[in-house]
Design a binder for this molecule. Structure first.
Ligand code: BG6
Length: 477
């Protein structure tokens, strides 16, 4: 039986905007995350026109990692992490995004952070764009609907890949690039592509164009990165939410294929370097005029990924059957209906919990691309309570993670998938991306701060900290 590799990258993951704070320090420019207000469980965050007085912007301070990283890296070392996934805040390096020269103070911050990690024996794993595109690119250029953003992204990536070529080996281009796949969500259009829709335009067409522009930018950066350092491993970052057919009715089976194709569009191009036939047909049928040149098609071919990085939190189900669709609360999706899967439970935020879905996903991706994979996010957002003695008992988190790790190990040992590592999400409590809450906690390390921003920012170890320490020490056995 094949066990996890000896150098398996056990780690933890975060993103710059959800952790760093210091939104105006070190020459940093405004990012698209800086104009997102706090929402709450079930209440969406709002995107404001610039930073407005009287609004609560939780990412401005986040957990102030910018000033606490020495202390936090010491805790990561104690935990035994081999890898730490974070992103570079693009607007620390190019504050507006379209400058010719980078901001040295921003570059220096990541030099110091990466040195601190490497000295602790922890590899940085870096996402280049994790929902923190410079705000100026949204306002001035309309985000990634504009092809100029391809060049700005390539310039930024060139600078950081050159600067950190001896410190960072694992890179990913665009975080959860397929979140925008439904072509409708205002939040995802903003966070993936810095796009705000204009009245009357076809949202789906706009998102296809932006997505393709990002895929071209990604491919150019992958080619460039390999020239900068042939040792670089550069991946994509997909949100894999398998959408099962609700039943074995052939119509449900086909509905599942159709909905999954919308999401696979992104990784199919990342991994195979060409626009898949099912998408070309869709564009033709719907009369979409997606702009791409022969040269850009060559770019796609020349910049395919070395590995598939992905997040896995949940699965879903899709149905076409009238009685099913009527029985359960239904979420609309173009050409399909997402229904509740009655075989699994959900978290307090309604996220379905399906550990076997992780094994299923590893198999599907392995069969589709035959590339190494890296699980760069997985985790359980929950309310935690600090007991009178200061302890934080979180057996629910341990239960979720241990079930998922077990399925992950089975996928390697029994199914033979090639897996580089596992970096559970929010290794330390951070601001939730979706709701802006602090109290949707994922961490093994507790941070004393509430949804309104009150708290000392003190860090404490949860019970899960000691559990994960053992998992790493025993290499998942
Ligand atoms: C992924 C993102 O969607 O899921 C992260 O890459 C995010 O940025 C994570 O934080 C969990 O989502 P949420 O909304 O619970 O923070």
């Amino acid at each position: 039986m094949m066990a996890l590799k000896k150098d398996f990258l056990w780690g933890g993951a975060v993103a710059a905007h959800q952790i760093e704070g210091a939104w105006q320090e070190g020459g940093k420019g405004l990012s698209i995350a800086d104009v997102m207000t706090a929402g709450s469980n079930g209440v969406d965050r709002r995107i404001t026109d610039g930073v407005l007085d009287g609004e609560n912007y939780p990412n401005h301070e986040a957990i102030d990692f910018y000033h606490h990283y020495n202390e936090d890296v010491a805790l990561f070392k104690e935990l035994g992490l081999k890898a730490f996934r974070t992103s570079i805040a693009w607007s620390r390096i190019f504050p507006k995004g379209d400058e010719e020269a980078p901001n040295e103070e921003g570059l220096k911050f990541y030099d110091d952070l990466f040195d601190e990690l490497l000295n602790a024996g922890i590899q940085p794993v870096i996402t280049l764009s994790h929902f923190e595109i410079p705000y100026h690119l949204a306002k001035e250029y309309g985000g990634f609907r504009n092809k100029k953003c391809i060049d700005f992204f390539v310039r930024y990536a060139k600078v950081v890949m050159n600067r950190y070529k001896d410190k960072v080996k694992y890179w990913m281009t665009f975080n959860e690039i397929n979140n925008q796949a439904d072509g409708q969500s205002e939040l995802h259009a903003w966070t993936n592509s810095a796009i705000q829709f204009i009245d009357g335009e076809n949202k789906e067409e706009v998102i296809y164009q932006a997505g393709l522009n990002e895929l071209i930018a990604s491919a150019k950066v992958i080619k460039l990165g390999h020239e900068i350092n042939p040792e670089f491993q550069i991946g994509c970052m997909m949100a894999y939410v398998p959408l099962y057919p609700y039943s074995c009715n052939p119509d449900d089976m086909m509905a599942s294929v159709k909905v999954m194709n919308r999401r696979f569009f992104y990784s199919d191009i990342h991994a195979r370097g060409e626009i898949p036939a099912y998408i070309l047909k869709e564009w033709e049928t719907k009369g979409y005029k997606i702009d791409y040149s022969p040269e850009e098609l060559t770019n796609l071919k020349e910049g395919t990924v070395d590995f598939i990085g992905f997040s896995y939190y949940m699965s879903g189900a899709v149905s076409t059957l009238k009685d099913v669709v009527e029985k359960f609360p239904v979420t609309e999706y173009p050409n399909a209906k997402l229904v509740v899967n009655p075989y699994i439970e959900a978290s307090d935020w309604g996220w379905p919990i399906d550990a076997i879905g992780l094994r299923y996903t590893l198999n599907i991706i392995h069969q589709r691309y035959n590339l190494p994979m890296f699980i760069v996010e997985n985790g359980f957002g929950a309310y935690d309570k600090v007991e009178e003695d200061g302890s934080i008992q979180d057996p629910y988190r341990v239960a979720y993670l241990s079930q998922h790790i077990k399925e992950m190990v089975t996928a390697v040992e029994e199914d033979g998938v090639d897996l580089l590592g596992y970096t559970p999400w929010g290794i330390i409590d951070i601001v939730s991306f979706g709701t802006g809450e602090m109290e949707k906690r994922y961490g093994f390390i507790y941070v004393d701060k509430d949804n309104l921003g009150n708290g000392t920012l003190k860090r404490s170890k949860k019970d899960s900290f000691y559990w994960y320490q053992e998992v790493i020490r025993k290499n998942g056995i």
